[in-house]
Ligand binder design. Structure first.
Ligand code: 5GP
Ligand code: MN
Length: 354
């Protein structure tokens, strides 16, 4: 039995906004992962089925191992064509954001969202406010949306999209959307945000949803193969290098750190998505409970944090690295050198990793 999770009032208000809109833009977070891509694309398949004119905008390029997702090739990439993407946002009757909770996570679209929430939505004729629906599972949603569907207890935004559309059906938005394309997008988001159901996945209803998705045409083994078995040789050697040479373990605090310079990344022919999953690997050591991965990006240092059990890492990410996220999976960034970021880590891990 899959119980309705989302508050019926939120479903009703979202339905009104969808009913009133003809042109809808779906936006997801920067450095899109499987859940970002899955939740936004599934939403697009649904809205198209409702006869809407829909575009999906991603802030920057998505990794090659997600390019096979049904509809991904039609995504608009903001960084590649900001003018066209902004025109789409300006022309939208409704914007739906999935898998993020604050403007900053939409990359260069942040200004558009911040300005939009500053305009009043009381008299649309004089104040050009575009209504926003947020479907997300991160803590502390900002006030950027008019309807905020935020359930951090849900392991993926894709599962929330599935539940949202399922609950819309209960209040009479019928659709014939339970097809292979839609289900594959949802499944891939659920699979990737749980590390192929390794964590955050102690929930019987999750598997009932998976069963429904498989009945609707998902080939789960194929999804796994397309996402997890498609790396290039450089990525595999990078993993070896990280674990053999770069990983530092601080046993008294059960912490591991891997930090990579752009020079090192270049040696391994680094491509978008190649760092995926590396941060989780040190947690396979029996007494390592915290793992931090950082790499030098073009204009900043990008950090990933992971932990196990009741040991939050999002506060470390938020306080020291302008970031945030979930209790056991968070991220942040540092505008400065890799050395500075490593020193910030070294000066603070004892306080945050107890
Ligand atoms: P990842 O390590 O996979 O990039 O990110 C893990 C989680 O951390 C994401 O799902 C997101 O919730 C959060 N996160 C990653 N980077 C940032 C960031 O720069 N700022 C904030 N607030 N959260 C982030
Ligand atoms: Mn997610």
């Amino acid at each position: 039995m899959i119980h309705p999770l989302i508050d019926t009032q939120l479903i009703t208000r979202a339905k009104q906004l969808i009913d009133q809109a003809q042109t809808i833009v779906v936006v997801t977070h920067i450095s899109p992962d499987g859940d970002a891509m899955g939740s936004s694309l599934a939403m697009r398949w649904f809205l198209q089925d409702q006869g809407k004119q829909v575009s999906v905008i991603v802030p920057n390029e998505f990794p090659a191992f997600l390019s096979w997702l049904p509809g991904a090739q039609d995504d608009v990439i903001f960084d590649k064509d900001p003018a066209a993407a902004t025109a789409l946002l300006d022309a939208a009757d409704l914007v739906i954001v999935t898998d993020f909770q604050e403007p900053k996570r939409s990359g260069k679209m942040a200004d558009w969202f911040t300005k939009n929430s500053a305009t009043c939505n009381l008299s649309p004729a004089t104040c050009p406010h575009t209504p926003i629906i947020m479907i997300d599972h991160h803590l502390h949603p900002s006030d950027m949306a008019d309807v905020t569907i935020s359930y951090p207890q849900c392991a993926s935004a894709s599962e929330l999209v599935y539940r949202f559309i399922r609950q819309l059906a209960i209040i009479n938005i019928q659709s014939s959307i339970y097809n292979t394309q839609y289900s594959t997008c949802i499944y891939t988001g659920m699979m990737t945000d749980t590390g192929n159901f390794q964590f955050n996945s102690n929930d019987a209803e999750m598997y009932e949803i998976v069963a429904e998705l498989m009945r609707a045409g998902v080939n789960k083994d194929e999804c796994y193969d397309k996402v997890f078995n498609q790396y290039h040789e450089g990525r595999m050697r990078l993993v070896g290098y990280c674990l053999h040479t770069k990983m530092r373990v601080f046993p008294e605090h059960h912490v591991a750190l891997i930090a990579l310079s752009s020079k090192e990344l270049k040696q391994f022919n680094f491509r978008s998505g190649d760092a995926e999953g590396i941060v989780n690997m040190p947690l396979q050591i029996s007494d390592v409970y915290y793992s931090v991965f950082m790499r030098e990006d073009t204009d900043k240092i990008k950090l990933s944090f992971r932990s196990q059990g009741d040991r939050p890492v999002n506060t470390f990410a938020a306080d020291i690295f302008n970031g945030g996220g979930h209790k056991n999976a968070a991220g942040g960034e540092h505008y400065g050198t890799l050395r500075e970021a490593v020193n910030l880590f070294l000066n603070n891990y004892e306080k945050y990793c107890k």
